[in-house]
Design a protein around this ligand. Structure first.
Ligand code: NAG
Ligand code: NAG
Length: 378
């Protein structure tokens, strides 16, 4: 928990993590072999002793909301940790623990894929245990903002369930992608839905990193740390969500992450070269991973969006008030997505579904409901 970890927090300027994760085939459960344990200790020493570098604290340009600010009627109570205190000019970094490295490695071996680029070659749907249910916007864009409903779906060992946004550009084998949202990943985080990010600069082959466990994402916020435990919603009860923005700063070309009105940090354009001049697509929704030998986990609330779709609020997971920075290179506005660029993409509709609606009057704007109970075999 970010607040608890504050004491552990390394209060320093951190730009480049000098670490390459080299361990192979880590045991996710159970005792680690002694050599692997020592290797993890060595890596932790490297990660937690990061070099000092100066970095940008704010983007030069931040797109504005076009027209009226979307209604906040559906926003849950403010849950930003208030008790984190760090010296001025310093940032909170969750001190990396052994479990984080194991998670980074196990996540990598699971292949944290870009949802709509997962090959469709299996006749029974999906590939390598990934399934997704998203709303995709295929059009040149420079950023997105949306309010993401937070859930704590039930997952078993070696499974994960994600809700959030995926930005991408490039061909499948060399896709450059940035993701942000929440993840439930029981192997490493025994409880809670966590704020997470991920990026890859080469189609998830050699580069790619979860949160800040390798060179890449540059944390600047002194309040919001990646890995933060997020309060989750309850079925047919109180709802919790977070406003996430990911957009390219025209001045620097870096991609920034905002959580509510806070700048969390940025992905330097150098690590995602194919996102140097905008992105070709963005998707909003859910993704799960499961070993093929186990029944698949819940996605979102664990419930399908069902008819009538308008009453899915509190039932199915939502992403509402979806905005994009459209194609003009100098655009400085979060605008509605283009209708003709939007498409629901679901790879296993019997297990996970997504529904796209527009309802400005209710303050939901462009939105998507997604999820399902899982329990599918592959
Ligand atoms: C999560 O688990 C830890 C122990 O692993 C516990 O200290 C903490 O209170 C739990 N948090 C929640 C939100 O359940
Ligand atoms: C949600 O709660 C309301 C009020 O308690 C109840 O009338 C309704 O049937 C519930 N809906 C579902 C899907 O459980």
């Amino acid at each position: 928990m970010a607040a608890r970890d504050c004491k552990d927090i390394i209060a320093m300027f951190v730009a480049i993590w000098a670490i390459i994760l080299v361990t192979n085939s880590l045991q996710v459960r159970g005792r680690l072999p002694i050599e692997e344990d020592m290797e993890l200790d060595r890596q932790l020493e490297l990660i937690n002793k990061s070099p000092l570098k100066s970095f940008q604290m704010k983007p030069k340009t931040t797109p504005k909301e076009k027209g009226n600010e979307a209604s906040r009627a559906y926003k849950s109570s403010n849950y930003m940790p208030k008790h984190i205190k760090c010296p001025p000019g310093s940032v909170p970094i969750r001190r990396a623990k052994k479990e984080d490295l194991i998670m980074a490695e196990s996540t990598k071996s699971m292949g944290l894929n870009h949802p709509t680029y997962i090959p469709w070659r299996c006749s029974n749907g999906g590939d390598g245990g990934h399934h997704f249910a998203v709303l995709e916007h295929k059009s040149q864009m420079y950023g997105t903002r949306a309010r993401v409903n937070i859930w704590n779906p039930s997952v078993k060992d070696h499974q994960f369930s994600i809700g959030g946004m995926w930005i991408a550009n490039g061909p499948k084998h060399d896709i450059n992608s940035i993701q942000a949202g929440w993840i439930v990943h029981k192997d490493v985080f025994p409880n809670g839905s966590r704020l997470y990010t991920y990026w890859t600069g080469d189609g998830y082959q050699r580069t790619g990193c979860f949160n800040v466990l390798c060179p890449g994402f540059v944390q600047v916020s002194s309040v919001i740390a990646l890995g933060l435990i997020l309060p989750h919603s309850t079925f047919n009860g109180s709802q919790s969500d977070m406003l996430l923005s990911v957009y390219q700063d025209h001045a620097s070309g870096h991609w920034w992450l905002m959580f509510e009105d806070k700048y969390v940090g940025y992905w330097p354009k150098a690590i995602v070269p194919r996102l140097g001049d905008g992105a070709g697509s963005v998707s909003w929704g859910g993704q799960i991973y499961s070993p093929v030998t186990v029944l698949s986990p819940e996605m979102g609330s664990g419930h399908f969006p069902e008819e009538p779709y308008r009453v899915n609020y509190r039932i199915a997971a939502y992403i509402i008030q979806i905005k994009v920075v459209n194609d003009e290179r100098d655009s400085t506005k979060f605008d509605n997505p283009k209708d003709d660029a939007l498409k629901i993409v679901v790879d296993k509709p019997s297990c996970y579904k997504a529904r796209h609606l527009v309802d400005e009057a209710a303050g939901l704007g462009y939105h998507v409901y997604f999820g399902g109970p899982g329990t599918c075999t592959y």
